[in-house]
Design a protein around this ligand. Sequence first.
Ligand code: ATP
Length: 150
Amino acid sequence: ESIELSRLLQTTVASFEKAYQRKVELRCTQEIHLTTDEQKLKQLLYIFMDNARKYSEEAIEVNVERKENHVAIRVMDRGIGMSQKDLEKVFDRFYQVDESRTEGYGLGLSLAKELAHALRADLQLSSEKGSGTTATILLPRSEDSHLQGV
Ligand code: ATP
């Protein structure tokens, strides 16, 4: 279905902030129309925001960058981060970094992988131990949204 991304992000962020009493700084100024599965995209965003919430204490940041063929949505936190070694494994089912075995089951990111596959999106995770993590969702822009331009 055709959606407008900035509105979807606003409503998703607002419900997340209300549910968890955590500040999310959303930076998305322009309207972006694209064809995607709204429900799956919301679930995907929630997984990354939920991790940012669990593994950091400061405000979470969500920003959007529009490229010619895709849209990059980034969820960033300034939390505990993780090592490169762990980064390679966190998408596996049930994998949790030793220090963070307090909450959850290690399933969020494996579900994220499946959702991304269904959305034909790519995921990138970058992290540095002690300084934070950035998750990027690269969503393809369809032909007709491309023609809509703006
Ligand atoms: P849940 O089943 O509730 O999703 P989870 O958060 O442990 O639990 P994943 O979302 O799959 O599961 O994440 C796997 C592991 O990756 C986490 O246990 C944590 O160690 C690490 N991780 C994920 N996101 C972050 C982040 N933003 N900062 C630091 N570590 C993270």
